[in-house]
Design a protein around this ligand. Sequence first.
Ligand code: NAD
Length: 355
Amino acid sequence: MVKNIAVIRGDGIGPEIVNEALKVLNKVAELYGRTFNYTDVDMGGCAIDKYGDPLPESELKKCVESDSVLLGAVGGNKWNDVPGNMRPEKGLLRLRAGMGVYSNNRPAKIWKQLSDASPLKKEIVDKGVDFIIVRELIGGIYFGEHKTEGDTATDVLRYSEAEIERIGRIGFETAKKRNKKLCSVEKSNVLDSSRLWKKVMHRLAAEYPDVELSDMLVDNCAMQIVKNPAQFDVIVTENMFGDILSDEASMITGSIGMIPSSSLGSTTCGLYEPIHGSAPDIAGKDVANPIGTILSAAMMLRYSFDMNKEADAIENAVSKYLDEGYRTADIMSDGMTLVGCKGCGDLIVKYLTKE
Ligand code: NAD
């Protein structure tokens, strides 16, 4: 089965970390008899330099026509003074809109080998933290009417059943591919939009009898993420709640360079990228941690290509690399072996085996 992947290296550490992820994908292709074709796409600062535009239509078209997109990161000080609508990050917003991705999915996993990096107490971490937050991305209060009249400001929070249903389905489908537990997070004791949210989630639940649905109020969820994160498998929530909870969840893992993400819409063509930025302070020094990007590639295999064994193999190789005591500088600790970005990619390729 041939899969066409649009590859956006971007700026700063982007090209370095993406190269390592491609090495890993190539090894997967070799072991599992898959074919991945790569199409280079210019986006961000490098596209501004080349075309005067962070994402020209021709580049966006390559992404929309692909089977999925792998992105490093964009942006950097060099482009700080370009006008707002031409900034590198505008390319990213246009890409998300152009691809029609309305859900952002971020895993919060504490690798047992890195449990010391988590700000949570050891006994909480030891219960095992591994969940995903599925956040609605293009609706809710961020996209409602905003106005200020005199001394009063108003922001409108609006959701339709259709908008809730499509993100709800991503939540259920994600849970189906994991441990089959979905927690729907809202504020139904106060908000009408949350009561509608809850109603739609329960209607959908009838279509997913193998997934166990629970409800949680957002304020409680914020507490539970630090008190007992092991209880969660998949959390599905609206835009603003998801924005806040996913940042909270990434903090408890303690290592920004390790966290992947996916953004999905109504097709299987998704956008996969690490959650960190282009880290201009360490660009070109071969010290960046490529694992967030490598795990984003694994998410692509699992959620867009239905290649679960291959995704497991990548995650197991990362785990083995950590077991063997290798660390990039960002997660280095006493007694471990320091490696660079390339070294990290090479070792993960070495530990990648057919399960
Ligand atoms: P950043 O995530 O790039 O860096 C924050 C800190 O984390 C830095 O000290 C950096 O060295 C470190 N870091 C990040 N990724 C790392 C990795 N893989 N390995 C080791 N260390 C890593 O955030 P920032 O400094 O606020 O932003 C830098 C640029 O990135 C800005 O131009 C910003 O707009 C852009 N940005 C892009 C994206 C994206 O492309 N999706 C996301 C966030 C920020």
